[in-house]
Design a protein around this ligand. Structure first.
Ligand SMILES: [Fe+2]
Ligand SMILES: [Fe+2]
Length: 323
């Protein structure tokens, strides 16, 4: 490859692939309705309408389930920021524009159904949730590789992000200890998977078209990847809680998100890189090796932390019994 393709060249070269994948997506996506996933008969008025305001005792969700639900919902709420990123990089024309509109409309459902569920079941404090949404959406989302943005970076980022949200929603459903929440988040996770496939196919086609340029973008994105919740109120606390309890941790990031996608793209089997791409692939290999070591380190720390907490609980129980 003599030179990198411009943004416009990428979009026009990949347009037939986009058209094909939009058709594929629409034929696979099933229509579903948020109202079918919410137990409306549990709903009742809040104080402003003569009822009772939220109280922590009303929630059936554990602290972990609450933290995961809030983090995932606020991420969905930030859709306008993601829409902006995608719309700016994909253009509004032809299949690109169709995809941006369709994807945005589908994503919006996720925030709708999760908020309806949480408000109706009184799973979390609706006032705190609204305040967090205001802060998070006002801050917006900035790509972690802002200096080097563009179509390839966008499409690489969302491939991993969609898969990450799929894992996170799916595991959040499991810890809610409520079959209704589990079914709802399974439904959302199914959407995320289909979104991931669209972006993965687009990024895969880009790799075939311009291998060196694409692996550069992919590697940079992986080296700088941050879950979309970064920067939201309490993200440190909630993110740690989620990682500690296996909703989204480093091993899942490596083994359920990064590795399957890289395998699909045959990154380590391809022979279409020039020396430039080869060098980047080597860098990517080293990055994955370091990440593998970090996984072990994280798990050792986590095990120690969980053991300490269990011991503390045991001591407290003994004290309570003795008292
Ligand atoms: Fe979503
Ligand atoms: Fe999605």
């Amino acid at each position: 490859m003599a030179r990198d393709l411009t943004q416009l060249e990428l979009l026009s070269e990949l347009e037939p692939v986009a058209a094909e994948n939009v058709d594929r997506h629409i034929s696979m996506a099933k229509e579903w309705h948020p109202h079918d996933y919410v137990p409306w008969d549990e709903g009742r008025n809040f104080a402003a309408m003569g009822g009772e305001d939220w109280d922590p005792s009303q929630s059936r969700l554990s602290e972990l389930a609450k933290a995961a639900m809030i983090t995932n919902l606020l991420t969905e709420d930030n859709l306008p920021s993601y829409h902006r990123e995608i719309a700016e990089n994909f253009s509004q024309d032809g299949p690109w524009g169709t995809w941006v509109g369709r994807w945005t409309a589908e994503e919006n459902r996720h925030g709708i159904v999760m908020r309806d569920y949480l408000v109706v079941t009184r799973g979390v404090d609706p006032v705190a949730l609204e305040q967090a949404r205001m802060i998070h959406m006002t801050n917006g989302f900035a790509s972690p590789t802002e200096n080097e943005a563009g179509f390839l970076h966008s499409v690489a980022y969302v491939t991993f992000q969609e898969l990450a949200t799929r894992v996170s929603h799916r595991n959040t459903g499991k810890v809610c200890d409520d079959p209704i929440a589990d079914r709802m988040l399974q439904r959302v996770a199914t959407d995320e998977n289909l979104h991931m496939i669209f972006y993965r196919n687009m990024c895969g086609a880009a790799l075939d078209l311009t291998p060196d340029q694409s692996i550069e973008a992919i590697t940079l994105i992986l080296e700088n990847f941050q879950m979309p919740g970064a920067g939201m109120p309490n993200f440190r606390r909630n993110g740690v809680l989620m990682a500690k309890h296996g909703i989204y941790d480093l091993r899942q990031h490596l083994e359920e998100v990064i590795q399957p996608v890289l395998k699909k793209w045959k990154i380590f089997e391809r022979d279409d890189f020039t020396a430039r791409g080869e060098a980047v692939r080597e860098r990517l290999g080293l990055f994955l090796e370091r990440l593998g070591k970090d996984v072990l380190k994280f798990e050792e720390q986590r095990d120690r932390m969980l053991a300490r907490e269990a011991a503390k609980r045991e001591r407290e129980e003994i004290t309570t019994l003795a008292g």
